[in-house]
Design a protein around this ligand. Sequence first.
Ligand SMILES: [Ca+2]
Length: 111
Amino acid sequence: MKSINRMIAILSVLVVLCLVSAVSASAGSVYRIGDTDNSGSVNVRDAALVQKSVVHLVELNKTQKKAGDVNKDNRVNIHDATIIQKYCAGRETGCQIGKYVDENELPYVGA
Ligand SMILES: [Ca+2]
């Protein structure tokens, strides 16, 4: 009887671990466009971080790449750094810099 209880306890733990890993694997990123360093604001440090990644001084993680790709061409390059700098200078960029993106939100289906 003790071994059955032990088996049930072990299986329960395994089920919980599988559920936790499944939820974390499916969770999308939450980020602010242009906020590459995830400081909460978009400033010249974000542009500098993109520049450093361009010359391979730093490696951006997945979320940083999404935040840093401000022109949404699926590449993080010097063009993104320049756009962030323009934003910091108060110039129009044509990009949605500063907008929060929550990939976990369901898309709005309007009536
Ligand atoms: Ca880009």
